[in-house]
Structures are given as C-alpha cells and as structure tokens.
Design a protein around this ligand. Structure first.
Ligand code: NAP
Length: 263
C-alpha cells in the first residue's frame, strides 16, 4: 500500500513538472514575468529571461537560489530585428525551446481623442507585433519537434473596452485572436497556444489606477475576490499551461481575475 501511495504522489507531482524543459519569458525582470520565470524554475525548467531596461539580476538570483538555471537576454521586443537572437541564444544555451511566454507589455493612458499616434504604434509594436514574430520564430522550432507550449499574456481588455487605453485594448483583443488563430493551425501538430488574461494585478502596470482613489474603489468593488491580484496568483496557472496537465487545451484564454469577468 505504501508503495502505491508514493507512486500516486509522484505521478500527481509529475503532472506539473517542467524538469528538462526550456522556457523563454519576455519581460522577466520585474512584475508578472518575474514571478512566472521563478515559478517555472521552481517547477524544474531552464529559463531564458528576456529583459529590456530592467537588469533581471534579481530574477536570476532568485532562480539560482533555488538551484535552477537561467540566462539573461537583453532585447527590446519592439525591435523586430532583435527577436531571432532571443531564440538563437536560447538554443545555444539550453539546446532547444519548449515553452514561450509572451509577457512583455506596456500601456499608455490618454483619452482616445488625444491618443498620440506614437503611443498607439509603440503599444502595438510591444504588445502585439512582437508576440506574432516570437510565436512564429519559436513556433517553427516547436512544429519541427512536434511539441511546444506558447502562453500569451492577454488582459481583461481582451474582452472589454477599458477607458483611455485604446491602443492597449486593441493590442490585447488582437493577442486573444492571434492565440486562437495559431492554436487552430498548430494544435494538430502538437503545439499548444493558449493565453492567460490577468485581472487587475498590483504591478507597475496598474500603479496609476491604484493611486487614483475613485478608480481603485470602483475596480475593487467589482472584484468578487475583494482584492487586487498579485504576481503570485499567476504562477500556478502559467505552470499548468506550460505542463503536461493541459495537453488538451488549445486557444483557451484563461482568466485569472478574482472573478471580475463574472460580474
Ligand atoms: P510591468 O510591471 O509594467 O512590467 C512590464 C514588463 O514588460 C517589464 O518586464 C518590461 O521590461 C517589459 N517590457 C516592456 N516593454 C518592453 C520592450 N520594449 N522590450 C522588452 N520588454 C519590455 O507590467 P506587468 O503588470 O508585469 O505586465 C506584464 C504583462 O501582463 C503585460 O503584457 C501586461 O499587459 C499584462 N497584464 C497586466 C495586468 C496587470 O493588472 N498588471 C493585467 C492584465 C494584463 P523592462 O523592465 O526591461 O522594460
């Protein structure tokens, strides 16, 4: 009986095990990307930490403290020419790519009538165009090997319009659509493309909202869980979508939102 019990325990743990897998996480120097990267390392993956202006040294130190392996790759994902090097450096460091998390993202808040075209363009370059190109670059390798997991970070504004963030909303609706489009083509070839739509999480991205007492109150009143999300809240869902536990999930947009979308 004891042996059966421990075999079962091992099997359960293995469903979320990422040992031997290599993951790329963009925007891994801070915020949600840092938490996902460290969570992946905890689950056993080697992690490539893509960062632009942040150093990612803290993320690397956290992973090394766990006995994990990571490499920092500096790249502005808005610069399309820089993206192939991310995949090349990953393959040269760890021998392949099994998981890609497109997490890097920016938001520009100004009313639509005054929204500068430069802001619109920058948001689309970072939040959408880089996602397409990185999916394509990593996806080609994954299709060749017949397996792979891509997780795009969407938003509540993949479903709703928001206020004062037209470029961000357009980009996140498009990320959801792209996730479904790629999933339809790649699911039969063993490559799963899904997305996580975080609710309102306490990171730099939402600092302006949290500092506005009226907006902060309105938002909190609508969240059934009664609190802002934290970076920790995304770790389990990201490991789930990166692991063998989610083999039959394709083109799904997983809301991690304290119940926001139900209201
Ligand atoms: P954050 O704390 O503001 O961090 C943004 C991340 O994106 C940073 O790691 C940043 O890297 C990276 N990044 C921005 N521009 C980049 C560029 N040009 N090239 C490479 N990396 C770039 O935001 P967060 O809350 O963690 O957001 C992470 C993702 O979740 C974003 O896609 C965001 O839209 C999405 N999201 C967040 C929330 C929320 O409530 N926080 C809700 C829904 C969706 P550097 O520091 O190196 O510039």
């Amino acid at each position: 009986m004891k042996e059966v019990g421990s075999a079962l325990k091992e099997q359960r743990n293995n469903r979320f095990d990422l040992t031997g897998k290599t993951a790329i996480v963009t925007g891994a120097g801070r915020g949600l990307g840092q938490a996902i990267a460290v969570g992946f390392a905890e689950a056993g993956a080697n992690v490539v930490l893509v960062t632009n202006r942040s150093s990612a040294a803290t993320t690397l130190a956290k992973i090394e403290a766990l006995g994990g392996q990571a490499r920092i790759v500096q790249a502005d994902v808005a610069d399309r020419e820089k993206l192939p090097a991310i995949i090349e450096e990953t393959v040269s460091a760890f021998g392949g790519v099994d998981i890609l998390v497109n997490n890097a993202g920016i938001i520009r808040r100004t009313p639509a009538a005054d929204h500068a075209y430069a802001d619109w363009q920058e948001v689309l370059d970072v939040n959408l165009n880089s996602v397409f190109v990185l999916c394509q670059l990593a996806g080609k390798r994954m299709l060749e090997q017949g397996s792979g997991k891509i997780i795009n970070i969407a938003s509540m504004l993949s479903f709703q319009g928001g206020i004062n963030v037209p470029g961000y909303t357009a980009s996140k609706h498009a990320v959801a659509g792209l996730t479904k489009a790629l999933a339809n083509e790649w699911a039969p070839k063993g490559v799963q493309v899904n997305a996580i739509a975080p609710g309102y999480m306490a990171t730099d991205n939402t600092e302006a909202l949290r500092n506005d007492p009226a907006r902060s109150r309105q938002i909190l009143e609508r969240i059934p869980a009664g609190r802002w999300g934290t970076d920790e809240d995304l770790i389990g869902p990201a490991i789930f979508l990166a692991s063998s536990s989610s083999e039959y999930m394709n083109g799904h947009i997983l809301c991690v939102d304290g119940g926001w979308m139900n209201r």
